[in-house]
Write a protein that binds this ligand. Structure first.
Ligand code: PMV
Length: 332
């Protein structure tokens, strides 16, 4: 009745921004991402006969109303699949800040999905887990398979899921993540998806997304960083142009975000191949080859306003872990 899972966050190369079906999180366009080995969430779920209601502890503190509701709604889906009404204790910890545009909900719902289904004795196929994780948070479906991952938009719950297109070892890309703020974003991605269609630019981005996904897949398979980088930056600017022209607008970038973007472009002109992407927050991901990661990190750290730089490499899929060790450690 107890299981622990670990999931990596992921960075979208072609992003999910806007829903075809908001209730099912069926996206308006397909997307591609890379799991990030350095950003992870570990979640333990235990279903207990004596538990009266679900209890959720996130990063050592009881979850507030909104996250608690999201977790219990997700547990309800798992309970419905397993045919049980047992309530659960959930203890979850991420090694990076939540809600700052670093995809904390992706790793959180991926880990929760695997831990909760395993705790109830279910062994689901990776594709089934991916679709189920999507109901918790869209981008969570991409944290279930390993490495480089493509989410087929699909037309139903069963067909909207993510699959690995290349294992992590395929390309030792580095994501140098510059944190400029760890504050919780003021407009969450659910609201961002809902507002996206109000932008006059929305349709144009959705229409071009499948072609960008195809080009991105080829760039990954051929390890073509300049080709990947071009798609990364185009799709980032398109997504943020939509947020800024949605009604009401959302400005995720800060002046420091733009400073980093301009610096990355300038470094490239000097011969340092790095490319930026930004999710729904102010922090900037800089993708580069392993050989350049130290120099990119050094330069990012020197920029005023950059609080921290972490390097993430392609991560694995969501997996169960043994919690019997180390001795004395009890996550519950
Ligand atoms: O999964 P959500 O609803 O948190 O949306 C994710 C949105 C982006 O991170 C900005 C893009 C993406 O594809 O991950």
């Amino acid at each position: 009745m107890k299981a622990t899972a670990v999931a990596n966050a992921n960075i979208a190369f072609v992003k999910y921004w806007g829903d075809a079906d908001p209730a099912l999180h069926l996206p308006a366009n397909p997307s591609i991402s890379m799991n990030l080995d350095a950003l992870s969430t570990v979640t333990t779920v235990v279903f207990l006969a004596q538990q009266e209601t679900d209890e959720v502890i996130i990063n050592g503190v009881p979850a507030g109303d909104t996250p608690l509701r999201r977790v219990t709604t997700h547990l309800d889906r798992v309970r419905a699949l397993a045919g049980t009404e047992l309530q659960a204790r959930v203890v979850s910890r991420s090694n990076f800040p939540a809600g700052a545009g670093l995809a904390s909900s992706a790793s959180a719902f991926a880990a929760l999905t695997l831990a909760a289904t395993a705790a109830l004795g279910m062994t689901l196929a990776e594709e089934t887990l991916s679709a189920l994780a999507r109901l918790g948070s869209g981008s969570a479906c991409r944290s279930i398979p390993p490495g480089f991952v493509e989410w087929a938009a699909g037309e139903s719950h069963e067909t909207s899921l993510a699959r690995s297109i290349a294992p992590p070892e395929r390309w030792p890309l580095c994501d140098c993540i510059a944190t400029v703020s760890t504050a919780h974003k003021t407009v969450g991605s659910a609201e961002g998806h809902a507002r996206a269609p109000s932008s006059p630019l929305y349709r144009a981005r959705v229409e071009g997304a499948a072609a960008r996904v195809a080009a991105c897949r080829t760039a990954i398979l051929t390890r073509d960083l300049p080709a990947l980088g071009k798609i990364l930056e185009t799709d980032t600017v398109m997504m943020h142009a939509i947020t800024m022209t949605s009604r009401p607008p959302i400005y995720y970038w800060t002046p420091i975000t733009l400073r980093i973007i301009r610096a990355v472009v300038a470094w490239r002109a000097e011969g340092l191949p790095a490319y930026y992407t930004v999710d729904a927050g102010p922090n900037v991901h800089c993708l580069c080859e392993e050989a350049d990661a130290t120099e990119v990190t050094r330069r990012l750290e020197a920029l005023p306003g950059v609080q921290q730089v972490r390097i993430a490499r392609p991560g694995g899929g969501t997996r169960l872990i043994d919690t019997t060790a180390p001795p004395g450690y009890n996550p519950l």
